[in-house]
Ligand binder design. Sequence first.
Ligand SMILES: [Zn+2]
Length: 261
Amino acid sequence: MNNFHKSKFKFIRIPELEKNGGVIHAFSTRHSFNMAFNGHDNQEEILKNRIVFGEAIGIGAREIVTVKQIHGEQVITLKERNINIDCIRSKEGDAIITNLRGLPIAVLTADCLPILLIDLYRRAIAVVHAGRIGTYLRIVRKTAKEMKNTFDILSKDLLIGIGPGIGGCCYELDERGIQPFREETSYYDDFIDRRGKNRYLLDLAGANERQLLELGVLSKNIFSTRLCTACDTENFFSHRAVRGEDKRMMGLIMLSEFAEL
Ligand SMILES: [Zn+2]
C-alpha cells in the first residue's frame, strides 16, 4: 500500500487517498530533514526544508500552515481566504480543518501519529496530531465531529490516512502512562498488550481507528501505513528511540485547486 518515493527527499504517500485527484498529501521522512521551528535548527533552514519538501511532493513553494502543538484537543478551523499564516502558527492546537483549496495544512511528529481526514464530496480536509494524550482525549473523533458541524461532512464518506508513528511493537508505557486507557478497558482492550509488571505496549493507530469506526467511518476507508518510527530510525525521526531528538517530520494535506469535485 505504501509508496516510499525514492526521490532525494524521500516521502511516503497512501495512493488510495489520491485516486480521485481531490487532494495532495504526503508524510515526510528523516531524509526530508527537520520540519519543526521549535527545535535547535534555525528558522531559515526549516523554511528551506519545507519549501524543498513542498516542491518534491508537487505543491510548489507555498507556505504550509502548522499550529503550535501542545498535546491537547483544540481543533483550529480555517475557512477564510485571507488568513495570516504567521498568526495561525502561534495558535495552540493539535488539529486543523479547512475547506480552502490550495492551502496546505500539516502537523509535526516524531512518534506521535499524523492522521489525515478527507471528505471529497463536501470538500473538507483535516490533519490531526495524535500522541498518547491526544489519543486519550479522542482528538481524531473531536476533529471529525467538528468537520460535521462546520462542513456537514458524513462519517461514511470520510477517507482516513494514518501516517508513520510509533507502533504497538515499541510504544512501551508504565502503569502510570497506561492508566487512563486502562480505565476504559473494554474500549481499548484490544490495543493494550501487557508485557509484565509495570510494562505495557499501546497500539496508538489501533486506538485511533477504534474511535473513527465508532463514529461511523467505514473500515474500508481507513488506510494506515503501519510504519513504526521507533523500529526504523534510518528513515524516521523517533523521539523515543533516539535520545534528545528534537527534529520533526511533517504529515501534510491540501485540497487540489483544480479538481472537478
Ligand atoms: Zn516498532
